[in-house]
Design a protein around this ligand. Structure first.
Ligand SMILES: NC(=O)c1ccc[n+]([C@@H]2O[C@H](COP(=O)([O-])OP(=O)(O)OC[C@H]3O[C@@H](n4cnc5c(N)ncnc54)[C@H](OP(=O)(O)O)[C@@H]3O)[C@@H](O)[C@H]2O)c1
Length: 351
């Protein structure tokens, strides 16, 4: 399947970590008709408003990357909000996409939909085979509902709505607020602040032996464009880096990028969480797509962004006061050379 460069493509959540990377990827591949809407003008939790917006703008393709997202603490203490907001946003956008005849929709799920005791690396068919991690149950239930909604809309209405399950993501535009950030932005901030204070030692929880799967967000965006062209489901597909990184190695790499002279100590207090958590991305690899950005390169680019963003933007208190399209175009021509491989259909005018 090809997507014309002038086809109206709606990125829901375009100012977020994933949404902004999707916009960069669409611009890089020649898209000229990217639809976005500021959350202040369109609260996606309101079905009538969402329907009106779809009636006015008539998107042909939708990337659904809007939602209430956060780290362990935010998930554990705001479960009602995570469940309500995400259920509403996802159901409203999916339903409006059906009503207004969207050609194809890609829903962003999350690896935390999988049961706590899943086999590692987690295959797609582990879904709904056991209890969820209780600390993010609200978020996970909403994500499961969103992806099953895509499946059911495909079954009942014939809609081409599919879901991608990304692993842990990081990159420019991430949330660096210590109250709600994920592990990579949290560690970047800690090393940066230690460097600023002149501290040369950082103590981290756990033993550092637990492993996780981290993916640079521009790789994820490329995978999403690839899936929009090539994946028809049914069901969901994992998107992972294909690599597992021990937390100790992650911390060392962040230290090397941010504050190379800093010593790292692990408290070894048993606060490791799951010993291993990664997703099995074989299905996507068999379709011909692989991530291209190594962890050290991705961390370097994320820290560069951190240094240029002001504190309110890093903490998500404010969105950048810049011409976002111009900034994205500049971003699209800097950084690593990206290749979407191997995809003979790719012509630079598709998504
Ligand atoms: N980050 C990860 O590691 C990760 C991993 C796997 C999957 N995912 C999935 O990827 C998707 C995007 O995540 P992300 O990390 O990009 O999150 P994010 O950076 O927090 O971005 C979320 C976006 O959704 C928008 N949004 C939130 N509530 C809204 C509402 N009521 N109305 C309109 N817009 C609203 C936000 O708008 P504002 O900019 O105005 O706040 C923001 O642009 C989520 O579905 C998440 O589950 C993320």
């Amino acid at each position: 399947m090809t997507v014309d460069a002038d086809a109206p493509v709606y990125v829901a959540g375009h100012q977020g970590l994933v949404g902004s990377a999707l916009r960069r990827a669409l611009l890089r591949t020649g898209h000229r008709n990217i639809l976005t809407e500021d959350r202040r003008n369109l609260d996606l939790r309101r079905q009538d408003d969402v329907n009106r917006w779809f009636a006015d703008h008539r998107p042909g393709y939708v990337y659904l990357a809007a939602g209430t997202v956060g780290g362990i603490k935010a998930n554990a203490t705001r479960q009602a909000e995570f469940l309500y907001d995400n259920m509403m946003i996802h159901a409203n956008v999916i339903e409006a996409s059906r009503v207004y005849g969207v050609e194809k929709l890609l829903y962003l799920g999350s690896a935390c939909v999988y049961p706590r005791q899943s086999p590692q690396p987690i295959p797609e068919d582990a879904l709904l085979t056991g209890p969820l991690e209780p600390t993010n149950e609200g978020y996970s239930l909403a994500k499961i509902a969103g992806m099953r909604l895509c499946d059911f809309y495909q079954e009942q209405y014939g809609c081409r709505f599919v879901s991608a399950m990304p692993t842990n993501l990081y990159g420019p535009g991430d949330n660096f607020d210590p109250e709600s950030s994920h592990v990579i932005p949290a560690l970047i901030r800690r090393f940066h602040e230690a460097k600023t204070r002149g501290d040369n030692r950082i103590e981290l929880w756990g033993s550092g032996t637990a492993t996780r799967d981290f993916m640079f967000v521009d790789d994820l965006a490329d995978a999403c464009l690839f899936l929009m062209r090539h994946y028809e489901g049914p069901g969901h597909i994992n998107v992972g880096s294909g690599a597992e990184t021990p937390i100790a190695e992650l911390a060392q790499q962040i230290r090397d990028a941010v504050h190379p002279t800093c010593e790292i100590a692990f408290s070894d207090d048993g606060l490791d969480g799951m010993p291993r958590r990664a997703i099995n991305a074989d299905q996507l690899a068999n379709m011909g797509w692989r991530a291209v950005t190594g962890l050290s390169e991705g961390l370097r680019r994320t820290y560069s962004w951190y240094l240029t963003a002001d504190e309110d933007v890093r903490r998500r208190r404010r969105r950048p006061d810049v011409d976002l399209e111009a900034a994205d175009r500049a971003g699209a021509t800097s950084g690593v050379q990206r290749t979407i491989t191997p995809d003979p259909a790719f012509s630079g005018s598709e998504a």
